[in-house]
Design a protein around this ligand. Structure first.
Ligand code: SDX
Length: 427
């Protein structure tokens, strides 16, 4: 006997199935709500609304649990590499060596970008924010890869996926190099996926590229930690754009724009700017804590709080530990790290933050490592997008393979009732 939830309204009772997920979460299936009751629900920000069933990522916000396809983020960050995790998220299983090598080979085969794309990049002023550049270049890629739009066959879908996994890192590297006034170049097919990304980003035209394994490992771990996070703002954007069958690259371009916002992925840049402002203020964390709690002040403690995590964000814990390790290994003393730790300690002991269950999130410490790796602050959110790419792809692919309907939420109209037109002479 299936479980039901009953809605009672004006003497009428309506039953809706209650469905259970594989982690015993329960959801009320309201697919028939409007046809049965003529009513809809209202849930700004979808705080209580599930948009889909998904088998990709599981979060438990109360327990601070994050798993990709059932594997804990702690194990993956410690034992896997980013390309493996990308394969896992997209295809559902960890690849064996043959599968991983074939996947990497297919990506390498697509690791060039049409030279004409450089003209589009050149049209941007150096002052352009890299997220705006990246979103535009990702959309522009469609013109040079038209077969990636109609992906009705799994084979066509696979090649759209390997193409963007190949070309997106090039766009990321070129976006940063353009900002730094460096020549645009490619990496080296003989390198690993993440090492090749690092080489493309950092190789100096007049110097041999020297691999620093500490840096490559730190970058790989950061990318894994950002790889997916179920139905967050940018992933929901990718899904809803993809639901109109606009194509993978167009959906990703929209996701990049959503991630750009300071309340979402843009927070990692905002965190560093906030920490630098505190440092310039002589380390006066109390002033910023007061601002964060002042309802008349729009300032928020960036890198704190989360829609789902009402406990520690497990990624923040891993990144905080990695920050100490990477800066130590690289022999970097960064006062910003100490300011971050001081701010965290103060917030975790502050009633306002305790009452609202505001903990450090993935963005609080990540910028400190990016900075240590020589990545400019304005590129931090681009690095988030690079990490999130396989998650966006996985979620888009799942949505398409499940033939999900086009996303089109309802509303509650609160505007004017019907009224006759009045000519301008009488207004
Ligand atoms: C990411 O969804 C994901 O999974 C996202 C992400 C991913 O991997 O994709 O995890 C990545 O986006 C992490 C979040 C990065 N953003 C920030 O660090 C920006 C600062 N954080 C906040 O803006 C906020 O916490 C959000 C946006 C993250 C969550 O906002 P919610 O869930 O809508 O919560 P809310 O705005 O309703 O806040 C509840 C209360 C409010 O106070 P009251 O009105 O109850 O008195 O908490 C307060 C808020 O004012 N609050 C904060 C705060 N965050 C929430 N007050 C001060 N500083 C903050 N950071």
């Amino acid at each position: 006997m299936s479980d039901n939830a009953t809605l009672e309204y004006k003497g009428e009772k309506y039953d809706f199935p209650v469905i259970k997920g594989t982690e015993d979460e329960l959801a009320i299936d309201i697919k028939t709500l409007r046809s049965l009751t003529t009513m809809t629900t209202l849930d700004p920000g979808y705080k209580n609304t599930g948009s889909c069933e998904s088998a990709i990522t599981f979060l438990d916000g109360e327990k601070g649990i994050l798993r990709y396809r059932g594997y804990s983020i702690e194990e993956l960050a410690e034992k896997a590499d980013f390309l493996e995790v990308a394969y896992l998220l997209i295809f559902g299983e960890l690849p064996n060596k043959e599968q991983l090598d074939a996947f990497h080979h297919d990506i390498i085969e697509e690791s060039t970008v049409d030279e004409e794309m450089k003209k589009i990049l050149d049209a941007f002023p150096k002052s352009a924010h890299p997220m705006g550049v990246l979103s535009s270049l990702t959309s522009a890629l469609i013109a040079f890869n038209p077969t990636t739009v109609d992906v009705s066959s799994e084979k066509a879908m696979y090649y759209a996926i390997v193409r963007i996994l190949a070309k997106f890192p090039i766009l990321v590297a070129w976006t940063m190099r353009k900002k730094k006034g460096l020549p645009l170049d490619y990496g080296d097919d003989s390198l690993g996926y993440v090492e090749n990304i690092h080489k493309m980003m950092f190789k100096r035209p007049n110097k041999e590229y020297k691999k620093n394994q500490i840096v490559i490992d730190a970058l790989d771990k950061l990318l894994i930690l950002h790889a997916d996070h179920e139905q967050n703002c940018s992933t929901s954007t990718v899904r809803i754009v993809g639901s109109s069958h606009a194509g993978l690259f167009a959906s990703l371009s929209a996701g990049i724009s959503a991630l750009w916002g300071p309340l979402h992925g843009g927070a990692n840049q905002a965190v560093l700017e906030m920490l630098q402002a505190i440092e310039e203020d002589g380390g006066d964390t109390k002033k910023y804590m007061a601002k964060a709690k002042d309802k008349n002040d729009p300032f928020r403690l960036m890198g704190f709080g989360h829609r789902v995590y009402k406990n520690f964000d497990p990624r923040a814990k891993i990144i905080k530990k990695a920050a100490d390790e990477v800066l130590g290994d690289l022999g970097i003393e960064d006062p910003i790290l100490e300011i971050a730790k001081g701010l965290e300690k103060e917030a975790l002991e502050d009633q306002y933050f305790v009452d609202r269950k505001l903990y450090p999130n993935v963005d609080f410490y990540s910028g400190i490592i990016y900075r240590a790796l020589g990545i400019p602050t304005e590129m931090f959110t681009v690095m988030f997008a690079l990490g999130r790419l396989p998650g966006w792809i996985a979620q888009w692919r799942e949505m398409r393979l499940r033939n999900e309907p086009i996303g089109r939420p309802r509303q509650l109209y609160i505007g004017e009732n019907s009224r006759p037109f009045v000519t301008v002479a009488k207004r």
